[in-house]
Design a protein around this ligand. Sequence first.
Ligand SMILES: NC(=O)c1ccc[n+]([C@@H]2O[C@H](COP(=O)([O-])OP(=O)(O)OC[C@H]3O[C@@H](n4cnc5c(N)ncnc54)[C@H](OP(=O)(O)O)[C@@H]3O)[C@@H](O)[C@H]2O)c1
Length: 361
Amino acid sequence: MTGVREVCIIQVGYGKVGAPLVHLAIENRARIERETGVRLQYAAIVRSSSVALGDDLALQAADRGTSFDEWTPRASGMTLDILDPVFDRFGLPDTTRYVLVDVTATAETGPLILEALGMGIPVVTANKIPLAETPGWFEQAWKASRKARTPFRYECTVGGSLPVISTLVDLMTTGDTVQRIVALPSSSLSCIMGDFNRGLPLDTAIADAMRRGFAEPNPLTDLAGRDALRKVVILAKTMGLPTSIDDVCQEPLLDMNYPDFETFQGKGMARLADSLTAARKPGEVTYYVGSASADGAVTLGLRNFPQSSIWGTLEPSENLFLFSTSRFGDLPVVVRGIGGGPILTASGVLADIIKAAQGQN
Ligand SMILES: NC(=O)c1ccc[n+]([C@@H]2O[C@H](COP(=O)([O-])OP(=O)(O)OC[C@H]3O[C@@H](n4cnc5c(N)ncnc54)[C@H](OP(=O)(O)O)[C@@H]3O)[C@@H](O)[C@H]2O)c1
């Protein structure tokens, strides 16, 4: 193919999503080059205190997965300085030759991403924390990206590999007015509440979500709803609302802060089961749902829906996003499916890397 564009990936994070991402990118790179004209190379894989530099090591990582151990200690900190060894080796003639990929779960990468965008380096992230939790960060990243037309892609922060952000951005860019988004963004809560809606006892529903890998090792993290809250904030910010995480009107699922899951089991579990049962009326299903409206109201809490509606057809762990817009009128645009999980998320991140490499914002 003529006009092949060589792009160097700097990937920060090599965990449950990061390891399969390297594998997917390398396994599919001949196809990606054939189909898109983008030749993906790895410049670096960066972990919390170590780094693997160069494509040869990434090839080995792709083969060996989590048993790959050719890591070199790296300088501490999370500013652009940590990329000096990358730029020394691969040069810095054209920053758009790189894509910086964040597959960590920390606020520490926030400054690095802003610096990269400021230099014109395209960014792809699956990490919700800076976007939703660091005040003003999303707005700064958005502005830096728009100012220099540097791609900043964060599709996988909300629906895993489902096309949620791209659908929303396409609606808005083409001049539609998004009046409201209603979302079931948490796979773990979808799994737990979906099983509960089907009549399983709550403790069995939680155990099932853990067994299927949807819930965190400590399911209280899921039940506290922070992950869903972050996703709703990212949706609201993408709509252009000035929402911060503290602005969301959140109805907590849990009646108090439990120090650990063991303490919650027993009375806490029984109280939550009782309140979920009391919330649901016959012929309805109950889910923990976020919504963001053009008038600025952003909420997260329990909502009931008729069993006969789309909500009654959801499989446990499915995500659902409904976009009500002026053009689409009474029937919202629907995005649904199981988007989360490490492999699906890695595939969504890879799709974002290809689009960023092609200069798509
Ligand atoms: N898992 C899913 O199904 C899923 C779905 C959608 C979105 N996501 C998002 O994807 C991201 C990654 O998730 P994950 O499950 O892969 O997380 P994970 O398994 O905990 O991996 C996190 C990685 O980040 C690295 N890291 C942490 N702090 C760092 C720092 N300061 N500098 C460089 N690297 C650092 C860790 O390094 P060490 O290896 O050295 O500890 C680790 O490799 C998260 O933001 C998550 O919310 C995950």
